[in-house]
Ligand binder design. Structure first.
Ligand code: VGL
Ligand code: ZN
Length: 199
């Protein structure tokens, strides 16, 4: 892989216990992203390039939880309780090397708004500040891996492109939820159509 480290950042999306086998919202083989992402993160760090880790970080009773008894809006998916602030499920996978990580973005902490993307909450208006952070560093390209392909990775890649970044999807280092049926393929196609490059 030929990476211009001076203008690139790596985004590790939600590599957390609850999205890995045994977790509350387990993604099949979710833990398989850890090793390739560690390798990638160490290469970025060695080149002094920023490595950002996102962390799904919900308060108990969060609006995205099916346990609230709330009725899902059209096209909205409600989830089992997951990544509750301060719990083991919300921790990064123990195998994830955090030493290369230069910024942690927590998201989904507002009780009544969910947040899939590393850039914007699901109201599509509230920014996390990541775009400004990256632009301030002169970053033009982001490399994205983690969990889950069809939700947080997908929205992160689409927003990165919309914010003017070149986006690379680390195909070996993503895994998807696959609900509803076909959502992973649909997400990958949409990312490619939007201009993402799958590595
Ligand atoms: C995610 C569903 C709910 C993700 C987060 O990280 O893709 N998916 N919360
Ligand atoms: Zn969540």
């Amino acid at each position: 892989m030929d990476i211009n480290f001076k203008k690139s950042a790596l985004i590790l999306v939600d590599v957390q216990n609850d999205f890995c086998p045994g977790g509350a919202l387990a993604v099949t083989d979710g833990d398989q992203v850890v090793s390739p992402l560690n390798e990638c993160a160490r290469a970025f760090a060695a080149a002094n390039a920023p490595v950002i880790a996102t962390q799904d970080w919900h308060p108990a009773g969060h609006c995205s939880f099916a346990s609230t008894g709330r009725k899902a809006a059209d096209g909205e998916v409600l989830w089992p309780d997951h990544c509750v602030q301060g719990t083991k499920g919300a921790d990064f996978h123990p195998g994830l090397d955090l030493k290369p990580v230069t910024l942690v973005i927590r998201k989904g902490f507002r009780p009544s708004v969910d947040s899939y993307s590393a850039f914007f909450e699901n109201d599509r208006k509230t920014a996390t500040g990541l775009a400004g952070f990256l632009k301030g560093l002169g970053i033009g390209a982001v490399y994205v891996g983690g969990l889950a392909t069809d939700y947080c990775v997908f929205f992160t890649v689409m927003d990165a492109i919309a914010q003017g970044f070149t986006a690379y999807l680390l195909s070996d280092a993503v895994r998807g939820v696959g609900f509803p049926e076909g959502s992973v393929e649909k997400a990958i196609n949409a990312m490619k159509t939007a201009g993402a490059m799958a590595l």
